[in-house]
Design a protein around this ligand. Sequence first.
Ligand code: PEP
Ligand code: MG
Length: 755
Amino acid sequence: MRGALGGPRVLLRRLREVMAEPVSAQERLDKVVVLIAANMVAEVCSVYVLRVDGTLELYATEGLKAEAVHQTVLRSDEGLVGLVASEANPINLSDAQNHPAFSFRPETGEEIYNAFLGVPILRAGNTLGVLVVQNRARRTYSEEEEEALQTTSMVLAEMIASGELSALARPGLEPAVRRTIAIKGTALSEGIALGHVVLHEPRVVITNFIAEDVPKEVKRLEGALETLRTDLDTLLERGDMGGDGEHREVLDAYRMFAYDRGWVHRLEEAVRTGLTAEAAVERVQSDTRARMLRITDPYLRDRLHDLDDLANRLMHQLLGKDYVPPRERLPDNAIVVARTMGPAALLEYDRKRLRGLILEEGGPNSHVAIVARALGIAAIGEVENATGIVDSGDAIIVDGVTGDVHVRPLPDMEAAYVERVKLRARRQQQYAALRDRPSVSKDGERFTLLLNAGLAVDLPHIEETGAAGIGLFRTELQFMVAATFPRTTEQYALYRSVLDAAGNRPVTFRTLDIGGDKVLPYMRNVEEENPALGWRAIRLGLDRPGLLRSQIRAMLRAAGGRELKVMFPMVATVEEFDQGKDFVERELTHLRRHGHKLPDRVEVGTMLEVPSLLFQLDELLSRVDFLSVGSNDLTQFFYAADRGNMRVSERFDPLSAPVLRVLKLIIDKCREHDTPVTLCGELGSKPLGALALAALGYRSLSVTPSAIGPVKAMLLDLDCAKARAMITPLIEKPAGSVGIRDALIAFAAAEGLQV
Ligand code: PEP
Ligand code: MG
């Protein structure tokens, strides 16, 4: 390396010695800057540390005036140092003084230096400070020198992250690494949880940064890369990954990254500078993460995610750790933080200890969110860089009501939340006290409050909440959490246990609703441009009759001697309903012929979630035994807005005239035909949504278990006639989409309703 004495390897060796010396933090830091300056033949080497107040404090310098240390403090956007920090990018200039961002502090004596090289001190994509070298001469630092300085900055990152420097700070102005952070995401599942962070894919902690034997480290890296590639080849060559299509391209691209020469070259270079193989991986990964934060293009972000994921695998490989960690050692009050997660993964955690979930991606209608709600776990999605800002074991608060996350909260905040938890617990007690009260409104209207369920874990909720039954049993959840197709006997066993748990309360089973975003890992994926509009639910059931037939048989047998209600998801035409019903009839005939005990009564209905059915209501309602409105999908298709994509799903308010007019049309038609109707979408699970539905005339709602209490409490205080009088003119008004939500909130406030 040009300009450096002995090269980065020597420097790293020396730094390792300094790290091991039993000296104070300040002395260690002072030695570090002297070493770097000497090694890089720089007249100045300085370390700026980002503080909790967002400013950058000079912590050590060789070359600038010593009295400036701990005195010079820069705003995070001030000067070149601020620019390095805010952009998380190196700046390399031969003539710094002519750069528009240049500014100097007289107390440092910096004005005589022309050449400037500053690199961010990064850890997991977060900037912790800035490391700078300067020279008087207008020289250009080489790329190798820039690389070397970035490598060196890792040692400082670990020093800052270890908390060692906090002893040098004034209270309230500590290094930002341990600062308290408040961030907001999207509330996915109500509840408040205080606990400690568990990273879903735990970041491995590197303890050994500096290579003792560089050729050996190069070999280790090569060996790990080789194993990584072979593992990936085996994984992707397996039978269930076969076939062409987009998934194949994505997987191949992922595998190709393992051979990507640029990536491998960067890793090798980092090792050759004297880092251990794992430190080299982290070094390159830090760069990738910093880039990921700046890039908004979804395609590029995905690619960087792939690289990041690959680096994770490689790191686990090098350290001999499982890539998917064993989950048995959870702390009490675990709050799991993940980038993304499927519904099955959440179920693998020990539910007795799991309190909360935070995701970087995932909207309220994602299936992990539905499972979180069923489990009663506070959950928040769309929390940017959540995994980057927390460390395992950090104290954390999840407010699943407002979407607020508090990382490493201050004692005041914690105390306030402990109070809120107590308050909520009191409210829960009030709801529990309502358990046996009939759901009758103030003006005597009777309501049926049912549960949405899908797994055995939901069953105790029937008793706990005093629900009138199960209005929607999502049978696909059993399939989604299984490793292979559940056999008919397993389906039968689950359905039987559901009916047993319900006793004489009704249960409505929905046939498999898979496809779209509900993917079965073991089923061969059919690649489609638009899965939500594709081959899913009843469509798949009718085209692959074996699956539907065996499921219906399992239901009919489980309900022997009792009542059974079956409905089909995603029905778009009356004919599809007829075909589905035919299956039921044929299975009944089959069972009868074979002498099985039949259900006492079978009702067959359908979900209404595809808008085309709105224009077939008369034909449909004369055929079905009951109707269930799936407002989640109905709203998605009605507005042509993906329910899982927060950019578009939140643009359209279900509490606006177009949706409410549709919902009114449905209830009016059902009344005309005397067809029982329930609404089972999430709209009914919110007291405000339930208020609107009650006002439109809905009397049966199937809601998430935690919503029974709040919805019932609201209904008991509601005057339905008054609510109807309030809402009717609003939805009939020509420009009626404005302000219906606000009008409902105002009505609730005036009537003393808790919404
Ligand atoms: C709906 O679409 O409203 C519904 C209840 O079904 P799911 O959320 O399971 O798609
Ligand atoms: Mg649906």
